[in-house]
Design a protein around this ligand. Structure first.
Ligand SMILES: Nc1ncnc2c1ncn2[C@@H]1O[C@H](COP(=O)(O)OP(=O)(O)OP(=O)(O)O)[C@@H](O)[C@H]1O
Ligand SMILES: [Mg+2]
Length: 511
């Protein structure tokens, strides 16, 4: 991909140092004087809770954000970046946590947006398409360069974002949560690309809340906490426990499914649900499932197994091509999304940034948005009641924000996700569906969200959530459904084990 000469992977000399970097937004001190180093041809991983300052630091190193104070030294000389384009000219690129793609443009046009390949005759679209195809090959993703981005699933959009950064041939590539929507095999392909880049001397900065996965690729670990660097060590000196301890100051355990009560009646019935793609393939293939009130069901499966499509069909976001969805025996199949929410059937979607939030509104407005019906119906009569509900939500899902009045865009990526979960819980649902609820949220918040779900389940809420992390199924759910090619390939209760679940999903054990 690039003509950079081969370098020894262990050379590790420092190519960039950030010295005493501070960044404040009003009275929010996102970074309080952080030192950070990037080693040539190696992967430095940045760990930290939601809101710790990871993205802010990376935005500073890539010219997107200007630091309040501090110094950046590149190749031994102090430098300031006027813009992201300026940083890119110095060989620094970033893959943003929030996707920055134009949905109505093709994959090719997104990859080369703002950096079109120009000839005297105009833009060389053929060359751009060719290079896009080569990048997709490298990432082992079978996407035609002319496909519109809006037609791609979330994980594929993330691949496009990655391809765009790779197309620049940077010396320093920053990846802020690049794998949050990727399948295990897509992550493997990305890791191959990372190893290839580092062997050619490219430096990588990697951020992920998937700690085990990050450990597989990292050479140096740095931990941020509340805008301060709390620990730093080479890979050989650390393990998972070290990361968690330094991130949150204690060890977290997701615990076990809630017990000591009986499930109620069937709350949700999915009867022979059928979702057919334009291509004619059945992504959800006559799937039936009953969930009782108080029960927590986990849906495990590989990307493309049909989990998202199933949950979206149940919530009314995509049409059923056959079958029915019943809430407490009432047929919901013909109802709109809003009618389903009002009846108590609610989904926290996979793409929370795009589908779950109104970016122009405040945290408080977003939190009360889905339950507005409840406010106007007089359940909560005063806006004082609404405000206290907002404050309660912020506290309960541990959203790190200056308050309900803050703009949603001022929250860290993970905290925006927690707003969506809080917003849906505020509607007092009977059945709560969550598509990959723990993606992008830190380990402490994860434990908090699952604790909250367990508490609500105890009070009679039926919970169905999808995940790609087997550990979550085992420690949270009463029942585990494995989906494969649109169908249920296995079901487990207390007899579940990691090996059995992965085997039923068609997944090989990694690592
Ligand atoms: N534009 C902004 N205006 C106001 N506050 C901001 C802005 N951007 C970030 N912050 C605040 O700075 C702090 C650090 O945010 P940052 O996005 O760097 O966290 P993060 O470590 O990347 O978290 P996550 O894991 O959730 O992505 C947070 O308290 C956040 O609310
Ligand atoms: Mg972030």
């Amino acid at each position: 991909m690039s003509a950079t000469p081969l370098l020894r992977r262990d050379s590790g000399e420092i190519v960039l140092s950030a010295i005493n970097i501070a960044k404040s937004y009003g009275n929010v001190h996102a970074l309080k004087g952080v030192n950070f180093e990037i080693h040539r041809g190696q992967v430095t991983t940045l760990f930290g809770e939601n809101g710790a300052g990871k993205s802010t630091l990376m935005k500073i190193l890539s010219g997107v954000v200007t630091p309040t104070s501090g110094e950046i030294v590149l190749d031994g000389a102090t430098i300031t970046f006027a813009s992201a384009a300026d940083a890119r000219d110095h060989g620094i690129s970033i893959i943003h946590q929030e996707l920055c793609l134009a949905p109505n443009l093709s994959v090719r046009d997104n990859v080369f947006m703002g950096r079109e390949i120009r000839r005297i005759t105009g833009v060389d679209f053929a060359e751009e398409a060719e290079r896009t195809r080569a990048l997709m090959n490298e990432l082992e993703e079978d996407i035609d360069p002319l496909t519109l981005v809006e037609e791609l699933r979330l994980g594929q959009q993330q691949i496009v974002e990655i391809a765009r950064a790779l197309s620049v041939n940077s010396r320093i590539l920053i990846m802020d949560e690049p794998t949050s929507a990727l399948s295990a095999s897509e992550v493997e392909a990305l890791f191959k690309v990372i190893r290839d880049l580092t062997s050619r001397g490219v430096s990588i900065v990697y951020i992920s809340h998937h700690l085990e996965e990050a450990l597989q690729i990292t050479d140096h670990a740095v931990v941020l906490r509340d805008g301060t660097m709390t620990a730093k060590a080479p890979r050989k000196d650390i393990d998972l426990e070290w990361i968690v301890r330094n991130m949150v100051g204690e060890n977290f355990d997701l615990g076990s499914p809630p017990t000591g009560y009986n499930f109620g009646d069937v709350a949700l019935s999915i009867e022979k649900a059928l979702v057919t793609e334009v291509s004619g393939a059945d992504v959800v293939d006559h799937l039936s499932l009953d969930v009782r009130s108080g029960e927590i069901v986990c849906i495990y499966g590989l990307m493309g197994a049909g989990r998202t499509e199933l949950l979206e069909a149940v919530a009314g976001r995509v049409a059923l091509d056959g079958g029915r969805v019943l809430l407490e025996g009432r047929d919901m199949s013909q109802m709109s999304i809003a009618e389903r929410i009002a009846s108590g059937l609610v989904l926290v979607p996979e793409d929370r940034q795009r589908d779950g939030l109104v970016q122009s509104m405040t945290v408080g407005q977003n939190l009360s948005l889905a339950s507005i019906g409840a406010f106007v119906k007089g359940l909560f009569t005063s806006s004082g009641r609404e405000q206290s509900l907002v404050a309660e939500s912020i506290r309960r899902v541990t959203i790190k924000t200056s308050g309900g009045q803050a703009a949603i865009g001022s929250l860290s990526g993970g905290n925006q996700q927690k707003v969506v979960i809080g917003k849906m819980l505020a509607t007092q649902p009977k059945v709560l569906l969550l598509d990959e609820p723990s993606r992008g949220i830190d380990i402490g918040a994860k434990a908090e969200v699952f604790r909250l779900l367990a508490e609500r389940a105890r009070q009679g809420l039926a919970v169905v959530f999808s995940t790609s992390e087997v550990g979550e199924c085992l420690s949270v759910a009463h029942r585990i459904i494995v989906m494969r090619r649109g169908r249920i390939s296995a079901q487990f209760g207390v007899d579940a084990s990691k090996e059995k679940i992965m085997a039923a999903s068609g997944e090989a054990m990694i690592g």
